[in-house]
Every structure is written in structure tokens, then in C-alpha cells.
Write a new protein. Structure first.
Length: 271
């Protein structure tokens, strides 16, 4: 059977435009030109104005008002240092907007001006304060410097010179002149080795420690209360040496000299 002719196909062509449920063509809607701006309604304008006012008010409150400004500086954590020394070194810009105070710069100034400070946190204390939370370095050994003493912390940092030796801090005697270790390692490294030995001593030995002597990298000795001495050797194998020393002291409590420089063959002598 022959298919529909071209004329019949043309007669069946649906009308232009979308059709409704009844199959009839709906009238065309005018296309909205691309990029046409739709005017905001009154509600949108009010919301935008309120947001702008809130932002402007916040900026003025933080930077322009006289309320949120640095008026007080408090310190915490000082021991040897005084709060006045810390505040002076911090040089907080008093009267400046609290939000604009450069806390990082204050921390850097404190570390530079006061080497005794190990760490410091500078915090804003709203509405009008700055708080300086300080952790001071603690001396674990002392180096003689003429009639004064240089304090050395647990990291081997020489951080302060004082006229009076702090109670309970052992003296470190550096007798390395002419030792090849001085040229090879330098004085700072040798001090650090002594600090390492100090940190690995058994608690009771550390409590009785009066002084340490560094002759070379491989020869560090201790002087304890009761005229007792310990040859420690180098800082290596500290844990093994500590256990050997404890065993020696327990086995020979009256001994006056102990040698754990070779921890596999420790020795004691004297009484």
C-alpha cells in the first residue's frame, strides 16, 4: 500500500509552538532577553541595607570606637622575671584597637628582649585587654663566668647570666683546653653532651649531683654529695649506664668511686 504523499504529510504537520492537553497550539510567550536585570523587590533591598549596616557597624566597633581598645596588659607564668619586665619588653601599643594588635610581633619582641623566656602566648582578652602567658627556661647546669654564672637549660641553651648561683643547680666545669674534642665539636656541642648526661641520670643521683666535669667528648665525670665521684665517659648508652650505676651503688653503698664508662664492665672502689 502506498504511503502518504508529501502533501498529506504537510497537512499533518503540528502547529508551531507547544501544545496544550487538548492538542491545540498555545500562543507563543515572548522570550526574555539574555542578561535582562530583574529589579529587586522592597524586601530584598531592606535585607541588603541591613547587611551593609551590620558590616559597617562591626567595622566601626572594632576599629573606630573607643570601647574595644588595648587598655590593660596582664601577665601569667613569670618566676624569675617580673611582670613589669615582661610588659616593658612586650611594648603593647596601648590605646590601639584590640583587633589590630600584632600578637606575633609582641611574641617575637619578648623572645628577643628576654632570652629567659622559653615560650610565650599573646592573647586578646576582650573587651580591652592583652594577656601574656610566659613559660620561663629553667637552668639544669651552671657555667662559671668570672664571679658570675651562666644558666644553661635542658636544651643546652645559655640563656642568662646571674650574680648568684640558683640553689640546687649543679656546676658544669669545662676543662677542655687542649683537647682535640674542642676543635672537633666546639664548646656548644660539649655543653650539650653534658646536658644530655644530666638528663639521663637516675633520679637519686641527679638529686645528689653537685657538679659535672667535661674533659673531652669521651670523658664526662660527676661529683656527688658525700665526696663520691662517677666516671660516665661519653653521653652514649645513657640508659644502660644509668642502670649500671644504680646496680653498683646498691651493691657497694659505701664505695666512693664508680666507673660506668664501659657499662658492660662497671666498677666501684674506695669507701
Amino acid at each position: 500500500m502506498a504511503g502518504p504523499t508529501t502533501a498529506e504529510r504537510g497537512a499533518r504537520k503540528p502547529p508551531d509552538g507547544p501544545e496544550g492537553p487538548d492538542g491545540k497550539a498555545r500562543p507563543r510567550r515572548e522570550d526574555t532577553p539574555a542578561g535582562r536585570f530583574r529589579r529587586p523587590g522592597p524586601r530584598s533591598l531592606l535585607i541588603a541595607l541591613a547587611a551593609i549596616a551590620l558590616i559597617a557597624g562591626t567595622v566601626w566597633l572594632l576599629y573606630g570606637s573607643s570601647w574595644l581598645r588595648a587598655e590593660h596588659v596582664a601577665t601569667r607564668g613569670t618566676d624569675v622575671l617580673t611582670p613589669g619586665e615582661v610588659r616593658a619588653a612586650a611594648a603593647v601599643p596601648m590605646g590601639a584597637p584590640l583587633i589590630s594588635v600584632d600578637t606575633d610581633a609582641i611574641e617575637a619582641r619578648l623572645r628577643q628582649e628576654l632570652p629567659r623566656i622559653d615560650s610565650v602566648a599573646v592573647e586578646r582578652s576582650w573587651p580591652d585587654g592583652i594577656e601574656l602567658v610566659v613559660t620561663e627556661r629553667k637552668p639544669v647546669l651552671l657555667l662559671e663566668k668570672g664571679t658570675k654564672f651562666v644558666e644553661v637549660d635542658a636544651n643546652g641553651v645559655r640563656f642568662a647570666t646571674v650574680g648568684k648561683a640558683p640553689a640546687g643547680v649543679p656546676l658544669l666545669r669545662m676543662e677542655v683546653d687542649g683537647s682535640p674534642s674542642l676543635n672537633r665539636f666546639g664548646p656548644d656541642r660539649l655543653v650539650a653532651e653534658a646536658v644530655r648526661v644530666r638528663s639521663e641520670l637516675p633520679a637519686k643521683v641527679a638529686a645528689d649531683l653537685q657538679s659535672m666535669k667535661v674533659v673531652s667528648y669521651d670523658y664526662i665525670s660527676l661529683e656527688l654529695s658525700g665526696n663520691r665521684t662517677v666516671v660516665w665517659g661519653s653521653s652514649g648508652e645513657g640508659g644502660v649506664k644509668a642502670r649500671a650505676l644504680e646496680a653498683l651503688m646498691k651493691a657497694a653503698p659505701e664505695a666512693g668511686h664508680f666507673d660506668v664508662s664501659a657499662p658492660s664492665a662497671p666498677a666501684s672502689s674506695g669507701s
